[in-house]
Design a protein around this ligand. Structure first.
Ligand code: PRX
Length: 683
């Protein structure tokens, strides 16, 4: 229950964090921040010196144009300098920092009991071997390689091997369908695909190679250039050895069963066979700071995924620096980010950021509820995790089962908690803070996007007094503004469009092969600004509160409302486990609120409850926000990354059966049930 005052209260960092912290106070943050935005060249220039450059930069540190009315949009950081990001993540840590024997990843399989680890020098060796494999298959600098793998070590190895030889990786989340994979392969025009035989997600077997083959067939019909497919024997392996040699790790329980992956001898090759003969030495490709590093697809409002492109130098320093400060990284940390590497969080904060800092991370293959709902907490105790980063959707899911499964485990190693991906409602924030972190661990609520490459608005754990549900203040180098519909910058307390005024090193450089779309989507609405597409409120203390996507904003009788704030009000009711609110056409008000709610165990959906919920929202936000419709939902349609698809809920509310592409949904079966139990909107 959120008590009045809980939200208004400031949650301050605990004193024990302060002595070792990189940023131990708010004034300290303010000084660093000021320098980062007033003297970006010097600020980032000093940070860049910590990395290895084959050729130092000589020209201007930053050149850009953010204003479409003045010509082409471009952003260049340190152009002319040359480096290799893989060299900085691995060779520099092994050779210069002497971290060769440090564990880079503890790998925890889906099945408890399946686990292994890899040190920095082992990782370097395997990356070099696989980079040589890629070169022997004809992959060169600038080529694209699609990677469709579960959360296994080979995924990190494949990404870093691409980076080592200057090829661009395009990681496609292993939960995506054949159609989605095909669309992404075609868009980037890759010549090689890396996949695996199969994997388990909870107790569900996913025959990945079969799906990949279907995607390849679909691509061939469309005349695609894909020639080769490298397949990791994951379920088929007897021991977790990523190079085909034996390892000292325990034999894998679930993995010992061989699935018969379909095989096409004309293009398929086993990963372990290719690795067996590959040399362990591999000279990196020296790349310009502005050379392309990777493409990652993110959904667009048109329904077609957008290929967000990041480059080598800026992304490297931004991912590394944000990781260091936002998680207050310390050398003895064991860090765990639960995101899948198929999303940007897994790129920046499971791969590039932690490795650039020489960190030890947990890489988890499974799901939070398998074999039971205590799995996350058991992993935290097993590896003595100190910094833990997850999504509000996971927190709300686990909240449903109460405190007992959490309290079964000690969690005493935890120091900092993090969240990302969507606004976190204060009730979930407080549960995370009180139950998981025992009021000892600050929560970094990090707002950012695939396009931004790294954190934009976030607390720093030992410096920022927190407010539950607020992403607080800008990270170094980030200059936010809130604009009105007419593009006017709003000062002080205000609500409107969240934009950024000047480039930070991690900003995307273009949409792959679609520069014009890049300019239109992000720079056209308000010339001179990068437009996030999110709504945002700044309170009287200058704290930023993300109110949800602008497309999730609605206008009820001329009042701008965000669906997120109504959801948050509903979630504060003890009966509600999850809520999703969409706008619905209304003859008098223009738009009204249509709400979907899932309930906690032991609660029933009754007329009485509906009345209580309406009252709750009215009391929390005001009469204008009173929902017109509340529908019971056994569960909500979500993407495989856990995001609620409000686009589909809007159609259900309108009884519009023309749903478009639903291939990215985790459980399409729920849609029919929701159509059948719609509220009558004709009254
Ligand atoms: O709406 C914001 C929401 O997620 C969007 C970006 O999604 P994606 O590119 O998939 O990246 C997710 C991981 C960085 C944003 O436009 N979002 C992300 N983090 C937060 C958030 N909304 C509120 N609070 C956050 N902490």
């Amino acid at each position: 229950m959120v008590l009045p005052g809980d939200q208004a209260r400031l949650y301050r960092p605990r004193p024990e964090l302060l002595p070792a912290a990189h940023v131990p106070s708010l004034p300290h943050y303010q000084r660093l921040y000021q320098r980062s935005v007033e003297e970006p060249h010097e600020f980032w220039g000093d940070i860049a010196k910590e990395f290895y450059w084959k050729r130092q930069h000589t020209g201007p540190f930053l050149k850009y144009n953010f204003d479409v009315t003045k010509g082409k949009i471009f952003i260049e950081w340190m152009k002319g300098a040359t480096t290799n990001i893989c060299y900085n993540l691995l060779d520099r840590n092994v050779n210069d920092k002497k971290l060769g024997d440090k564990v880079a990843f503890y790998w925890e399989g889906n099945e408890p009991g399946d686990y292994t680890k890899i040190t920095y020098s082992e990782l370097l060796q395997k990356v070099c071997q696989f980079a040589n494999v890629l070169r022997s298959q004809g992959v060169k600098k600038g080529d694209r390689v699609s990677i469709y793998l579960p959360m296994i070590l080979e995924l990190v190895i494949a990404m870093l091997a691409c980076a080592r030889i200057g090829a661009l990786h395009s990681v496609v989340f292993a939960g995506f369908s054949a159609d989605s994979l095909c669309e992404r392969i075609l868009d980037c025009g890759c010549s090689l695909l890396i996949t695996a035989d199969a994997f388990y997600r909870g107790d569900k077997l996913v025959n990945l190679k079969q799906i990949a083959d279907e995607a390849i067939r679909k691509c061939k019909d469309k005349g695609c250039s894909l020639k080769k497919c490298i397949v990791v024997k994951h379920l088929g392996r007897e021991e977790i050895a990523v190079d085909g040699t034996s390892s000292k790790s325990p034999p894998l329980k679930r993995l010992c069963q061989d699935v018969q992956a379909p095989w096409n001898p004309a293009m398929d090759m086993w990963w372990h066979e290719l690795m067996g003969g590959a040399s362990k030495e591999c000279e990196p490709e020296w790349c310009d700071a502005e050379d392309e590093l990777f493409i990652l697809y993110t959904s667009g409002s048109t329904g077609k995924p957008k290929g967000v492109l990041h480059t080598v130098g800026g992304y490297m320093i931004f991912a590394a620096t944000s990781f260091k400060y936002v998680f207050d990284y310390q050398p003895e940390d064991v860090y765990w980010c639960t995101a899948d590497i198929g999303w940007i969080t897994g790129h920046s904060y499971l791969t590039y950021g932690p490795l650039a800092n020489g960190a030890t991370s947990v890489l988890f293959e499974g799901v939070p509820t398998y074999p039971d709902v205590g799995r996350m907490w058991s992993i935290i105790d097993k590896y003595k995790v100190t910094k833990f980063y997850t999504a509000p959707t996971a927190i709300r899911l686990l909240m449903k089962y109460g405190e007992e499964p959490v309290k079964k485990y000690s969690r005493k190693s935890l120091k900092v908690l993090g969240t990302v991906g969507e606004p976190i409602n204060p009730e979930a924030w407080l549960w995370y803070y009180r139950v998981v972190g025992e009021e000892r661990c600050p929560i970094v609520d990090t707002f950012w996007q695939t396009e931004t490459g790294g954190h934009m608005l976030t607390p720093l754990p030992a410096a920022t007094p927190m407010k539950p549900g607020s992403a607080t203040f800008p990270f170094f180098g980030v200059v936010p503004a809130i604009l009105s519909e007419s593009g006017e910058e709003l000062e002080g307390e205000a609500e409107g469009y969240l934009v950024f005024k000047q480039p930070w090193p991690g900003i995307m450089r273009t949409l792959y092969g679609k520069h014009q779309q890049f300019e239109t989507v992000y720079f056209k609405k308000f010339p001179g600004y990068y437009v996030t597409g999110d709504g945002c409120r700044r309170d009287k203390d200058g704290y930023y509160w993300i109110t949800g996507r602008i497309d999730d904003m609605l206008n009820v009788s001329g009042h701008l409302l965000s669906t997120a704030e109504v959801e948050s009000a509903l979630l504060e009711h003890e009966a509600v486990a999850e809520a999703a609110v969409v706008s619905h056409p209304h003859p008098l008000k223009g738009e009204c609120l249509y709400c979907f709610v899932t309930l906690r165990e032991g609660h029933e959906f009754t007329k009485n409850l509906t009345d209580e919920l309406k009252k709750q929202v009215r009391e929390k936000i005001g009469p204008i926000a009173t929902p017109d419709y509340i529908q019971y939902a056994p569960s909500l349609p979500k993407t495989r990354s856990g995001k609620i698809t409000r686009r589909i809920l809007r159609k259900i509310a309108k009884n519009d059966q023309d749903l478009g592409d639903i291939s990215t949904l985790a459980d399409p079966g729920i849609i029919k049930q929701l159509f059948n139990s719609r509220c009558d909107t004709k009254q």
